[in-house]
Write a protein that binds this ligand. Structure first.
Ligand code: NCD
Length: 312
């Protein structure tokens, strides 16, 4: 268990990783997120749980869903929120990550939501933050993306009852995927044993357990959940994948291939999607897709995480 994310009394102080998070804490966050969940078209409730608190979003990598949902989550809980434009921040002048932390702490920031390209950035921040300050990992290199893992299992839980009996297939660029790693952590906590990893051999990393498949049709046989991943060109050293057309032919999810899975299979994708590469529009917008439910759950999960960390 990562002790650095707990305070001296054993409460969750930071959310750095889901690896070995106690099941009770994960259940608490899922149940709480369920209460914050708003359906499209409904007006979200406004809470004052975090009134007077200051939350700062620091995104050193691009983001649409995660950044917006953290910002909305903070606002709906009544906090003041600042999203720094990192492209115009002093980070571009060489200011270090820790100096950025200290500077914003001096302005009474209480919680930092951070996305960073370096492994270890979250631990470093958590170790140096003031005792009352919270760090929330919004994506650390290829290593972890805990709130995504939570929203993924929340989405599954809304459709499937028994995690222990599920067959979950994660497809694509697993080597570069923090989404895959956090999903595996969350599913493992909930007792899922049948996790299959499918993709080109070069993109199936050795650091992850799970049955590995280079043949997607075989991997999909009898699947309850298919998690598609984006090909992460920005993290790739040259030459790891065949060209896009060849990739789409061998590993793209289309309506023919989906028939290998169970008829009530859920199709997930964390976004952003490369339509026509890892997934066709017919599947992404089709009846088995829960992609937009994942997005809706993202706001609720981030509300649950921030309210819980701040003890409210
Ligand atoms: C992902 C990310 O940045 O880790 N997006 C997200 O947070 N929903 C996945 C990706 O970029 O492929």
């Amino acid at each position: 268990m990562n002790q650095n994310q707990f305070d001296l009394k054993g409460h969750l102080q930071h959310l750095l990783t889901l690896a070995d998070l106690p099941q009770k804490i994960l259940f608490g966050l899922l149940d709480r997120a369920e209460k914050f969940r708003v359906n499209p078209g409904e007006t979200p409730s406004q809470y004052d749980l975090l009134a007077g608190k200051t939350i700062v979003n620091l995104f050193f990598e691009p983001s649409t869903r995660t950044r917006t949902s953290f910002e909305l989550a903070a606002r709906r809980l009544g906090a003041q929120v600042i999203t720094l434009d990192m492209a115009f921040s002093s980070a571009t002048k060489g200011e270090s990550l820790l100096d950025t932390l200290y500077t914003l702490e001096a302005m009474n920031a209480d919680l930092f939501v951070v996305r960073h390209q370096e492994t270890g950035a979250m631990e470093n921040l958590a170790q140096h933050a003031l005792p009352h300050v919270h760090i929330v990992n919004a994506g650390e290199a290829h290593v972890s993306h805990p709130t995504q893992g939570i929203l993924d299992v929340l989405t599954i839980r809304q459709h499937k009852k028994n995690f222990e009996k599920l067959s979950v297939v994660i497809v694509g660029d697993i080597r570069h995927s923090r989404v895959a790693r956090s999903a595996i952590h969350a599913l493992t906590i909930l007792g899922t044993q049948n996790i299959r990893l499918a993709g080109p051999a070069e993109l199936l990393p050795d650091d992850l357990s799970g049955e590995k498949f280079t043949n997607l049709d075989k991997a999909l046989e009898g699947a309850d959940v298919i998690m598609m991943l984006r090909i992460q060109k920005e993290r790739m050293r040259s030459g790891l994948i065949p060209d896009e057309r060849e990739y789409a032919r061998r590993y793209g999810l289309d309506i023919t291939r989906i028939k290998f899975a169970k008829p009530d299979v859920l199709v997930m994708h964390p976004g952003p999607m490369n339509r026509g590469v890892e997934i066709t529009s017919e599947v992404a917008d089709g009846p088995r897709s829960v992609v937009r439910e994942q997005v809706a759950n993202g706001v609720a999960v981030r509300m649950a995480v921030m309210a819980t960390l701040m003890g409210k």
